[in-house]
Ligand binder design. Structure first.
Ligand SMILES: NC(=O)c1ccc[n+]([C@@H]2O[C@H](COP(=O)([O-])OP(=O)(O)OC[C@H]3O[C@@H](n4cnc5c(N)ncnc54)[C@H](OP(=O)(O)O)[C@@H]3O)[C@@H](O)[C@H]2O)c1
Length: 246
């Protein structure tokens, strides 16, 4: 029998979809939700890293691709309780080098998929009276950071969309929040982290004096996905070692 506190973080019987689950933060979040008892469906592109039960989808293909993903998920589960939008791409071209195709790809993965999966699952969760949506934003929602280009635009929109989704569905038991990572060592940030001067600069700006690791997102994801967060919604939670307040 679980204690009252354990029940706040217990995800037994819950179903979850995590996009971006083949790597980095999304993989750690998917493992954490599964560790807390959820039945987790992992989506990304790389079948090998997703495992045999993962769903491979290229979200750069636009809203239709996100809708196809939702269709595949719905074929597996009766209902989805937890949606984590973690897939992201940040190719970092100088702004002048962003043509229409790259603009569309970056917005499709980082923003359109978040919108489309929210449109699909938010109303369904609301109709059932319970749900959790966690979107992954970025410090680039609020400040430039080395060729933020279209990526920063998309992440700023994700922060705004999170508030709108909360406004729409929290009255029906669906809490919607975003997480803003600091600088976390993952394949996405290799170019920054492998540059000793830049890595040291970001360490020195974080209050912890460290960069983040994907595992730093495990506990916060379980909290935001669980019963304990029922009065936490529309928020952006910085998991950044204090970077955002230096
Ligand atoms: N690391 C940081 O410092 C940091 C800071 C701020 C925000 N973030 C955000 O955190 C999230 C996770 O990033 P990460 O650092 O963990 O990076 P990562 O290790 O590179 O993971 C990115 C994930 O997104 C998936 N993805 C990328 N393009 C995709 C596409 N076209 N279709 C479907 N899936 C796609 C990748 O799948 P495949 O590998 O299978 O293609 C991978 O699972 C992203 O939203 C990112 O913007 C990260």
């Amino acid at each position: 029998m679980k204690s009252a506190v354990e029940a706040l973080f217990d995800l037994s019987g819950r179903t979850a979809l995590v996009t971006g689950a083949s790597s980095g933060i999304g993989a750690a979040v998917a493992d954490a939700l599964a560790g807390a008892g959820a039945d987790v469906i992992r989506a990304g592109r790389d079948r090998d890293r997703l495992g045999p039960d993962g769903i491979s989808v290229d979200l750069a293909d636009g809203i239709g691709a996100a809708e196809r993903l939702a269709g595949l998920v719905d074929a597996r589960v009766d209902a989805l309780d937890i949606l984590v939008n973690c897939a992201g791409t940040n190719p970092r071209p100088p702004l002048d080098a962003i043509d229409e195709g790259l603009w569309r790809d970056i917005l499709a993965v980082n923003l359109d998929a978040v919108f489309a999966l929210g449109q699909h699952y938010g109303p369904r969760m609301a109709a059932r009276g319970w749900g959790r949506i966690i979107n992954v934003a970025s410090t680039q929602a609020h400040r430039a950071f080395g060729n933020s280009g279209a990526y920063g635009v998309a992440k700023a929109a994700v922060a705004g969309l999170t508030r709108s989704q909360s406004e729409a569905w929290a009255p029906h038991g669906v809490c919607v929040n975003s997480i803003t990572p600091g600088l976390v060592a993952t394949p996405m940030t290799t170019a920054v982290v492998d540059d000793p001067a830049r890595a040291d600069y970001f360490r020195s700006r974080a209050h912890t004096g460290t960069l983040g690791t994907p595992d730093d997102f495990a506990a916060v994801a379980v909290f935001l996905a669980g019963a304990g967060s029922r009065f936490v919604t529309g928020q952006n939670l910085c998991v950044d070692g204090g970077l955002s307040v230096t």
